[in-house]
Design a protein around this ligand. Sequence first.
Ligand SMILES: [Zn+2]
Ligand SMILES: [Zn+2]
Length: 140
Amino acid sequence: MDMTGGCLCGAVRFSYDGDIGPAGYCHCEDCRRCTGSAFNISVKCRLSAFHPRGAMGGYTKVGSSGFELRRYFCLNCGSPIYTSSHREPDLVYVKAGIFDDPGLIKPALEAWTCSEVAWAAIPLELARYERSRSEADMQT
Ligand SMILES: [Zn+2]
Ligand SMILES: [Zn+2]
């Protein structure tokens, strides 16, 4: 099966024709910063089956694990696309949220829970809106 995905603006698109691996939550500080969110969710994929196209930037940093990670992002809209490492040259970790079919994503694990933030889990008592919160704001 051919899976597809892409960034917010559409300048970067990818197809993937391999087996889709488990998705992992990462609570490390670097993932928090580069996603701008509480954690990152990425999917283990085979490099040989991953076919991205479009202009990407890359940023290399030694991660918390002590190994260099290169994080790729769309040069136009800044969406994170995937991460690679010399430690696992045959693999890429593709951002779960950029797959066109989110139903493909099968979360299997959490990593770096030692740096998990208190707001990583969504409290059940929070107000929920099916769409924008502005609908509710207008009713008050
Ligand atoms: Zn883009
Ligand atoms: Zn991480």
